[in-house]
Design a protein around this ligand. Structure first.
Ligand SMILES: [Ca+2]
Ligand SMILES: [Ca+2]
Ligand SMILES: [Ca+2]
Ligand SMILES: [Ca+2]
Length: 401
């Protein structure tokens, strides 16, 4: 089945193209793939005012949440996001303490438009928690982001336990991790959904990876006991934040964060923070970080009156992910046609020109043109390569100046 192998190779190649010389894709398991992600896009500089977890269990973090660093990379039609840190687990008081059900909120600015000031009429997700941060009345105008940031999508994660009766073992608390998604259109409303609930099926069973709906994959390792300290520690410090290699890892299909016509910004901006269970009380764990000076640590409190663009919130409370291959807005998976030809599709900028190229060796090249100039008449650009020679193992598109 040579043809199938070839398609598999090509699919693999597309991810390689993002950055030749680095790993092709991460393992979605809540452990940092340093070779894949490269340098952190943001590192925490503020000790946590939401408690410092010290128990170190792979799933259950007691008494604290923190965001130590963020890693992000776009590859193979997917935004890979790794948030190093831990999120307090809400137990039921049987095997695990009744903790706070903290929320890890993630906002993504990836397309034109969106909300620089959160509206109050967005989709109802996580107990209407998104709208808990949004506009209520003129004196509670809604959470505001840094100048120039208008977020388009929202994700929120939390973890808790569910009591399940296990014959022979009695009531057992099994871990659950929930992920919600909502769009944030300029005019409000939008769509929202529970992407999925990751579930341990048996006491002591802790799968590395979960496949949720919408093509989203999630890994979670909650065992961090290092990173930032609590603000109440004898010597509060954020010095260890860059060294944390466990946390929440997400693979998000770009189709979930693009516009209806397939457009996607060349730079994607992401804001992440820890919130309380109702999304009604912001911690000081934000990425990009708050830069709180020693002696002046404090939570940000009511989200409806907080404004990340004000002088009391210095610096950028967002981090970026580059569309990794600047000449390719987005390469979509190739399709093998009945004729043996290969259909290549990519998301381009209308009016821009591209050439489709192939190579037999990703490390040494050379790249040879398959097509002549292809002008993007619409955001979805396609070109069929009718030459099925085995030498055409890897494809890319190059945007012409
Ligand atoms: Ca990983
Ligand atoms: Ca936007
Ligand atoms: Ca810590
Ligand atoms: Ca700011």
């Amino acid at each position: 089945m040579y043809a199938m192998n070839r398609v598999a190779i090509i699919c693999l190649a597309l991810s390689v193209l993002a950055r030749v010389g680095r790993a092709q894709s991460p393992t979605i398991d809540g452990v940092l793939d340093a070779d894949f992600y490269g340098a952190a896009r943001s590192v925490q500089d503020t000790p946590t005012s939401f408690g410092d977890a010290t128990n170190g269990h792979i799933r259950f973090a007691r008494g604290g949440s923190e965001l130590d660093a963020a890693y992000a990379r776009i590859s193979d039609g997917t935004l890979f996001l790794f948030i190093a840190g831990n999120v307090e687990t809400a137990g039921q008081g049987i095997q695990w303490p009744v903790g706070n059900r903290n929320k890890l909120d993630i906002f993504i600015d990836s397309i034109e438009g969106g909300q620089s000031s959160l509206r109050g009429d967005n989709a109802d997700v996580d107990g209407n928690g998104l709208n808990r941060m949004g506009h209520l009345d003129p004196s509670n105008d809604g959470l505001k982001f840094d100048t120039g940031v208008a977020h388009d999508f929202f994700l929120t994660f939390n973890n808790y336990t569910e009591v399940v009766f296990i014959p022979g073992s009695g009531n057992q608390e099994l871990w659950r991790g929930q992920l919600y998604y909502a769009s944030l259109p300029t005019g409000g409303s939008g769509t929202g959904t529970l992407v999925g609930t990751a579930s341990d099926s048996w006491p002591g069973s802790y799968p590395d990876s979960f496949t949720l709906s919408q093509g989203v994959r999630m890994g979670f390792r909650n065992s961090n006991t290092n990173g930032v300290t609590g603000t109440g520690a004898p010597s509060p410090s954020a010095a260890d934040a860059p060294n944390v290699t466990s946390g929440l890892e997400l693979a998000i299909p770009l189709a979930l964060i693009d516009s209806t016509n397939g457009d996607l910004n060349a730079e994607i901006r992401i804001t992440a923070f820890i919130n309380d269970s109702a999304h009604g009380y912001l911690s000081n764990q934000v990425l990009g970080p708050m830069g709180q000076p020693s002696g002046s640590y404090g939570n940000l409190a009511e989200p409806r009156v907080f404004d990340f663009s004000q002088s009391y919130s210095p610096g950028a409370q967002y981090f970026t992910a580059d569309n990794a291959y600047p000449s390719t807005r987005l390469i979509l998976p190739v399709t093998l046609l009945d004729t043996g030809s290969i259909s290549n599709r990519w998301i381009g900028e209308v009016g821009a020109t591209y050439v489709l190229q192939y190579t037999t060796n990703l490390l040494t090249g050379p790249w040879t043109n398959v097509s002549g100039v292809v002008t993007a008449e619409s955001p979805l650009v396609s070109f069929v390569d009718t030459n099925s020679a085995a030498s055409r193992m890897y494809y890319r598109t190059a945007r012409l100046p």
